[in-house]
Each structure stands twice: as structure tokens, then as C-alpha cells.
Design a protein around this ligand. Structure first.
Ligand SMILES: *Cc1c(COP(=O)(O)O)cnc(C)c1O
Length: 469
């Protein structure tokens, strides 16, 4: 293939483009951004020419247009708020959990002011950041001691590194799972220097499987919540109590990676029964780990609870220092935990729990409110209607579990739903819905009451401007 050298030679010079753009650009746009955007546009065109995919030479206006679009995407913040219309409540890609008002306020305070992060106000001496939440976690879970690290993956790594390095850890084959974002128990185990001993079959593991595998090298019996994976049918796993009894008989510790960290029995609200942290602690498991931002509904964190002597050893591990949480996590986590002192308050104030347990009647009313605000104004260009759908719990435990919900369905008259989906993603506050059955759906379970006017305005503006054409 002959490379079009004329086209290559026609590529503009960066300095000339800079001069050309200057009069049309706002003065506060940093030069580095402008220059780098121009370079990237030219580079992209060069690649296109080399690959034979470029058409004719671009005019000055066309270049200017390319530059301006690229500059515009670079001056706006990369990390942005979005509106979650997917109906997936614990949506890892959209930030998992939302904080309660008090937790969000605490986080802002922690950022704007000095704090007693590691300062003991009673003695005036250096304090421990963990002491700020340890008592509360223990009161809520019934555990003797607690520690919080960066996330649950870090918690599992830290516990294994402390308790099982260079020894054998027995795990059921049915629990050797990969949890989203490539967290795999066998890999984490390898990193920690513990040796994995698999027992049982994928669908069934019995107490005698564990017992037979115990050797003088064994240090730990590990239980892992299978979270995003379910084995159904002829299955069996050993209950926590029986494993604890086995561990005691052989002088072995028992650990459970619980994943979601549920503190409230959600089966009372129509969701599947999940073991709560309290139950696992009560069963006598020596050390339990769980996420801060899954069913707990708090900030990203990994919480470790368990027997005091075990947690004390974990606290002393130098690796702990590398995995420690920051003041933003601590401040917001404390406030989220405090909500749990009263279950009703937790269900009301913690958005994750609130959305998961929301009454379909309330969700339906939200959908109707959106249609009332926007329906008439987009008429002729898009049909809005009430649509019965199913939301998903998302991340961690029961990710695929469906909860009946209500959506607003959008059927644009002269554009495909795929265009709609793409255009909504490109808004200053992107609107993220899902496509089902040639309809664009906004599941109102994950759209908050106060976001309804905003969503209505987005729809009205979009269809009024005729961007759908
Ligand atoms: C989600 C999950 C993890 C990882 O937790 P992060 O907080 O995302 O690091 C580990 N184990 C289980 C069982 C999980 O469900």
C-alpha cells in the first residue's frame, strides 16, 4: 500500500495551530492542555493516513473543530458525578455505595479542617487512627477487636500474610472464586505466601474433607463467601459452627471472607438471606473480613473483626501500614456505622440500604413524576412511559438478584436508542440507563428523588434541541 506522502506533508504545525486558535479560546484554558490536545489530534490524523483510512486533506475549519472538541473534553473534570439509571444498586463501576448525608458531611469536614486523626485528645499524645472506629465496630458486630484497611482485598491479603505465611490453608473447592476486578482467592493466597490446599468437590464439601487435609503444616481453615457465583442443586458446604469446632480440636484458626458485610438481615425486606457479620462472629470464627462499600453501604474499606489476640497480631504486621485507610474513609465510615445503632435509621439514611428496600410504590411514583415533568414537553420526539422492570442488587453478595422495580422507558421517534445511550453518556452530568427490548430504560430505583428535576431537564433539553435527529 502506498502511503500518501502529500497528505502527511499537509499535516499542520503545532505552533501555527496554537496561534490560529488563540483568538477563539477562553483565556483561562491552560496552554499545556491546548498544546497537548493539538498534538494528539494531529497524531491521530497521522495514524489514520498511515493506515490508509484518511479521506481528503482537512480544511482549516475542520482542524479547528477537531481541536476545540478535544480541548473541551480535556478542560472538563475527568471524575464526574453521574446519574445512575441502571437499577444496579451496588454498581462497582459507578462508585458502589453512596454515603449518608452525615457521612458525606463528615468527609468534607475531614478534608477542610485539621482533625484528631492520630491525636489522643484525652492525653495530648499520639493516638491511633483505628481507635476512632474500633469500639463502634465491636459493639455492632459483637467482635472483640477490629481493624480497618483500604479494601476487602487488602484485608484478606493482610490476614493471610499475618496468620498463614509459609503454611497451609484449607479451602473448599466450591469457594475458590474470582470476584470482579480479578480478585481470586488462589492468587491472593499465593501473594501472601500461604499454600492453598483445596478440598471437596465443586458442589459439595464435607467436614471430613477438611479433617483429612489437616497436616502439621496447616495453620488456617478458610471460608469464602462465593458472592457473585452460586452453585445450585446438589450442594453442601460446612456450617461455620462445625468448622470452628474442627479448628478448635486441631488448634487451627478459622477465617471467613464474608465479602459484603451485611449488618442487617435483609430477608425481612424481601431480599435473599445473607449471613450477617454478627452471626459469623457469634459462630466463633476467629477472624472475619468484609467490604465497607458493598451491603454495608459505606466508603471503600476492608473491615477485619475477630478475637483480640488474632487482630492484635494483624495490627502489628508491617504490611498494615501500607494498606492503611485515610481520614476521608475513617470520617465517613464512622458516621455510616453510627447509623446502624438503630436499624430503622440505617435503612432510611444509608442510600444503599434505602434503595435496596425501597417500596415499589414509591419507585413507581418517582417514575410517574418524571413522566409528568417531561412527557408532554418531549412529545412528538420521544415517547415516555411507565415500564415494569427488575433492578439488581449488584456487587458482592447476590449481584444478580432481581428486585421488582419501575422504570421510565424512552422510545425516541427519529433516533436509535443506541444514539440516545451514547449522547446521554456525553452530558456534563452523564445519564446512564440501560437498553432493553429497543427501549432506553431509566430504572427509578437508583435515581434519587432530588435528581428527578435534573433528569427531566436533561430529557427536555435533549429533545427540544433535536439532537436526536
Ligand atoms: C467483593 C469481595 C472481595 C473484594 O472486596 P473489595 O472491598 O472490593 O476489595 C473479596 N472477597 C469477597 C468474598 C468479595 O465479595
Amino acid at each position: 500500500m502506498a502511503i500518501n506522502t502529500n497528505l502527511l506533508r499537509s499535516l499542520p504545525k503545532v505552533d501555527e495551530c496554537l496561534k490560529d486558535l488563540e483568538p477563539v479560546l477562553a483565556a483561562d484554558i491552560p496552554q499545556v492542555i491546548v498544546k497537548s490536545a493539538i498534538q494528539q489530534c494531529i497524531e491521530r490524523q497521522r495514524v489514520r493516513i498511515l493506515e490508509g483510512g484518511a479521506g481528503d486533506e482537512l480544511s482549516g475549519d475542520e482542524w479547528r473543530q477537531l481541536f476545540l472538541v478535544e480541548i473541551a473534553t480535556r478542560v472538563r473534570a475527568n471524575f464526574r458525578r453521574v446519574i445512575n439509571g441502571t437499577g444496579v444498586v451496588i454498581h462497582t463501576n459507578l462508585g458502589r455505595s453512596l454515603l449518608s448525608k452525615k457521612a458525606a458531611a463528615a468527609l468534607v469536614q475531614a478534608g477542610a479542617f485539621y482533625s484528631n486523626l492520630e491525636f489522643d485528645l484525652a492525653t495530648g499524645k499520639r493516638g491511633s487512627r483505628y481507635s476512632l472506629v474500633e469500639r463502634i465496630i465491636c459493639d455492632l458486630t459483637g467482635a472483640e477487636a477490629a481493624l480497618v484497611v483500604n479494601n476487602n482485598a487488602a484485608a484478606v491479603l493482610l490476614v493471610l500474610d499475618t496468620l498463614a505465611k509459609g503454611t497451609e490453608v484449607i479451602v473448599s473447592r466450591g469457594q475458590l472464586v474470582e470476584i470482579g476486578g480479578s480478585f481470586r482467592i488462589p492468587d491472593v493466597m499465593a501473594k501472601s505466601g500461604a499454600r492453598l490446599v483445596e478440598v471437596g468437590a465443586t458442589n459439595r464439601t464435607h467436614l471430613f474433607d477438611y479433617e483429612k487435609a489437616i497436616t502439621p503444616e496447616t495453620s488456617l481453615l478458610l471460608r469464602v463467601h462465593t458472592s457473585n457465583f452460586r452453585i445450585i442443586g446438589f450442594t453442601s458446604e460446612v456450617p461455620a459452627e462445625e468448622m470452628v469446632a474442627l479448628g478448635r480440636r486441631h488448634g487451627l484458626l478459622v477465617m471467613e471472607d464474608l465479602g459484603s458485610g451485611c449488618l442487617v438481615d435483609l430477608s425481612r425486606y424481601g431480599l435473599p438471606r445473607e449471613p450477617t457479620v454478627q452471626e459469623i462472629v457469634k459462630a466463633g470464627v476467629d477472624v472475619v473480613t468484609f467490604s465497607g462499600d458493598k451491603l454495608l453501604g459505606g466508603p471503600q474499606a476492608g473491615i477485619i473483626v475477630g478475637r483480640k489476640e488474632v487482630v492484635d497480631r494483624i495490627k502489628k504486621n508491617p504490611l498494615n501500614r501500607a494498606l492503611r485507610i485515610d481520614k476521608f474513609t475513617l470520617s465517613s465510615l464512622e458516621m455510616i456505622l453510627r447509623e446502624y445503632f438503630d436499624t430503622e435509621v440505617a435503612l432510611k439514611n444509608i442510600p444503599t440500604l434505602n434503595m435496596l428496600t425501597a417500596d415499589p410504590v414509591v419507585i413507581k411514583r418517582r417514575a410517574q413524576a418524571l413522566i409528568r415533568r417531561a412527557g408532554r414537553k418531549v412529545e412528538g420526539r420521544c415517547s415516555l412511559s411507565l415500564y415494569a422492570t427488575v433492578s439488581r442488587v449488584g456487587g458482592g453478595a447476590m449481584p444478580e438478584y432481581g428486585i421488582p422495580s419501575w422504570a421510565v422507558s424512552l422510545v425516541p421517534h427519529d433516533a436509535g436508542v443506541n444514539n440516545l445511550e451514547k449522547d446521554f453518556r456525553d452530558l456534563p452530568v452523564p445519564l446512564i440507563g440501560r437498553i432493553e427490548d429497543e427501549k432506553y430504560l431509566l430504572d427509578m430505583r437508583t435515581i434519587q428523588e432530588q435528581e428527578i428535576p435534573m433528569v427531566a431537564d436533561i430529557l427536555i433539553a435533549y429533545f427540544r434541541e433535536g439532537s436526536a435527529a
